[in-house]
Design a protein around this ligand. Structure first.
Ligand code: ASP
Ligand code: MG
Length: 422
């Protein structure tokens, strides 16, 4: 039986934290172990800037920004590695050279393609550094370029997994590697097309990568190491009174992600649910804490879960002639959403109007309003907050929503949502 560990950017953003990861893995007797790792700290954001500069034909700026990212990784390597430094810098240099060739060129394809070719470097760098640090500390880790295994379509920046191909390469390449080497370090978030182009799975996608491999390897468990004690019932930065939840089931986590809680990447649960694999969330700062165990069991009692989503936009679609909002206009409306790849955070139907709340992507909101004008009169209201309480109690509603004047309220036996001005 094997296990999968996922380490995110915050768990490896300093020398001490990388050393902490080494000791967590050392203390974990049970192997084989697959480590799925994100880019260090804010590297992905920095690489996004490189991609933007390159695409705006500012080659000099792109190269300069890239140089900073390189230096940062090299400096860490100098601290962490002695015996392993040469081997690290050779592999690191090869990846950089290839990237620099690309950055010297001029863009001739779409932005998303270049984004993926450049942004994938963050995970390649971090995993090279981690794998060499393991070896430096006597752990025989193997580095795997995940692009040899995780095959995707070419929907750049939101690539879809080619499950069959990925499954058969996992079986023929990754499984034997794990059985021999026991400890394999690979990248989250990135993949590769059949044409050898790098792809990414969407921001924060490393959780999803870990779940994909856990599914294909029929792993015993996935552990996501985070900088929080457990999954909490609210974002502790917004609600200091947040409390940990020891047990959650898959459904609850999917619901929380749907309403906007930033706990775990929303695509993560399905591959785990399908294979019945438990997901453990643990603190890398204090591995002795129990954390949260997520699995398929019936959900026990939970405290009210608070989710606040700001920068929301309410669109009201009123029929032009006061006819009822029937299937036909609603069908046309959904067709527009599908075309624009837009998903409302909340919808509500009345006799002659349809209301929907979206994240504020001004360009898309404009397109939606424009296209819907032929069917409805459209009103747009910005700067709103959508406050959701799952498993609400009257006290929680009173405490968090009591003094608000909502534009819209939606309530089911489990969930209440208020939309109000920011
Ligand atoms: N490094 C990527 C990001 O920052 C993927 C991840 O962290 O999961 O979005
Ligand atoms: Mg991350």
């Amino acid at each position: 039986m094997m296990e999968v560990f996922k380490f995110g950017g915050a768990s490896i953003n300093s020398i001490e934290r990388i050393q902490n990861v080494v000791s967590i893995v050392k203390n974990h007797e049970k192997q084989p172990l697959l480590l799925v790792v994100s880019a260090m700290g804010k590297t992905t954001n920095a690489l996004e800037k490189v991609a933007e500069a390159f695409f705006e034909n500012k080659q000099g700026e792109a190269l300069q920004l890239f140089e900073q990212i390189k230096t940062q990784h090299l400096n860490m390597a100098k601290y962490l590695l002695v015996k392993e430094f040469l081997s690290f810098s050779a592999a690191f240099g090869d990846i950089c050279t290839e990237a620099e060739w690309l950055l010297h060129d001029r863009p001739v394809r779409g932005f998303d393609y270049y984004y993926d070719q450049i942004v994938c470097l963050g995970e390649l760098f971090s995993t090279l550094l981690i794998a060499h640090t393991f070896r430096e500390n006597g752990l025989p880790a193997e580095w795997l370029d995940v692009r040899d295994v995780l095959k995707t379509d070419n929907n750049f920046r939101d690539a879809g997994i080619l499950w069959e191909e990925t499954g058969s390469i996992t079986e023929s390449l990754l499984k034997p590697m794990l059985q021999n080497k026991k400890l394999v370090v690979t990248q989250g978030f990135i993949g590769c097309t059949d044409e050898n182009e790098s792809t990414t799975l969407g921001r924060e996608g490393s959780d999803y990568s870990a779940a994909i491999f856990a599914n294909l390897l029929r792993a015993e468990k996935v552990t996501i190491w985070k900088d929080v004690d457990a999954v909490l019932n609210a974002d502790p930065k917004q609600f200091p009174e947040a409390v940990p939840m020891a047990n959650l089931n898959y459904d609850e986590v999917v619901e929380m992600a749907y309403y906007g809680a930033q706990v775990i990447h929303p695509k993560t649960i399905k591959p785990l649910f399908n294979a019945g694999i438990p997901l453990q969330v643990k603190s890398f700062l204090d591995p002795n804490l129990k954390g949260t165990l997520i699995e398929g069991k019936k959900q026990g009692a939970l405290p009210p879960i608070l989710i606040r989503k700001s920068k929301q936009v309410l669109l009201t679609f009123h029929t032009k002639d006061f006819s009822f909002v029937g299937e036909k206009p609603v069908g046309q409306w959904y067709a527009i959403l599908e075309k624009l790849h837009m998903r409302p955070n909340l919808t509500q139907n009345g006799a002659v109007r349809l209301m929907a709340v979206f994240d504020d992507h001004p360009e898309k909101i404009g397109q939606l309003a424009g296209e819907a004008e032929s069917i409805f009169d459209v009103i747009v209201q910005k700067d709103l907050t959508l406050f959701t309480i799952r498993h609400y109690t009257q006290e929680a509603i009173q405490q968090y929503l009591g003094n608000k004047k909502p534009f819209l309220v939606q309530q089911t036996p489990e969930t209440v949502q208020y939309l109000f001005a920011e």
